[in-house]
Write a protein that binds this ligand. Structure first.
Ligand code: HEM
Length: 145
């Protein structure tokens, strides 16, 4: 399990106001990048995408994560929902790098290099993989049962 450093957690928490304001723009940009990969695109429900429902859900999840990165126990029910949807959709560990490679550049695209310099992207990279490892472990267990 990867964990984010205290330094990274502090930076991620400090970006919560920017994520609150621009989260939907970030997740919309993220999906545009992710869907250049046909295999990833095929996994998503098109109606939830077209209605903006899916980018909204992901933006909400990212904001909740930024705010609670030092008290992850608050995220239990949300994590369980993500795991359930991921297992229904066939999400596997090998898909997680695709989302990281779409999300981190999307943060830079929307917030700009001043609000999201390399240090901020590195902190979000650590944070992403900490959450990803929690999801992957729970999903691996769910697939095995
Ligand atoms: C840390 C990384 C991730 C986070 C935080 C995340 C978050 C979420 C959230 C919040 C939902 C909505 C759950 C609900 O219905 O309430 C969701 C659904 C979903 N996620 Fe993820 N996810 C992550 C990684 C991935 C990856 C790697 C894939 C595969 C490419 C993926 C594919 C999906 C799919 C297919 C759905 C169902 C939505 C639909 O059918 O449109 N997710 N995820």
């Amino acid at each position: 399990m990867r964990t984010a450093s205290e330094h990274a957690k502090t930076i991620v928490k400090a970006t919560a106001p920017a994520i609150e304001k621009h989260g939907l723009a970030i997740t919309t940009a993220m999906y545009a990048r992710l869907f250049q990969n046909a295999e990833a695109a095929a996994m998503f429900d098109k109606a939830a995408q077209d209605s903006g429902e899916q980018p909204r859900r992901l933006a909400g999840a990212i904001l909740a994560y930024a705010k609670n990165i030092d008290k992850l126990e608050n995220l239990g029910p949300a994590v369980n929902r993500m795991v359930a949807r991921h297992v229904e959709s066939g999400v596997k560990a090998e898909h997680y790098p695709l989302v990281a490679e779409a999300l981190l550049p999307a943060i830079r695209d929307v917030l700009g290099a001043e609000t999201a310099p390399d240090e901020v992207l590195a902190a979000w990279g650590e944070a992403y993989w900490m959450l990803a490892d929690i999801l992957i472990a729970a999903e691996t267990e769910a697939y095995a049962t």
